[in-house]
Design a protein around this ligand. Structure first.
Ligand SMILES: [Zn+2]
Length: 62
């Protein structure tokens, strides 16, 4: 069993922030669009990563 440390907490916080942003995009109707260019994100890409915010041409900035 791996140790639960500050790094684990940071990772969880990052994930929660990503979820918050995804929910905000769902509410504003931009969930399926790239945040940079507005290109529609495909079902396959969203299945692979439901928190995906950008199209493959614009890898998500962290
Ligand atoms: Zn894009």
């Amino acid at each position: 069993m791996s140790e639960f440390n500050n790094e684990s907490v940071t990772s969880i916080e990052t994930t929660l922030n990503d979820v918050d942003r995804a929910l905000e995009r769902l509410r504003s109707g931009t969930y399926r669009s790239c945040q940079v260019c507005g290109t529609a994100i495909t079902d396959q890409e969203l299945i692979a990563n439901p928190l995906l915010a950008n199209c493959p041409a614009h890898p998500e900035l962290s």
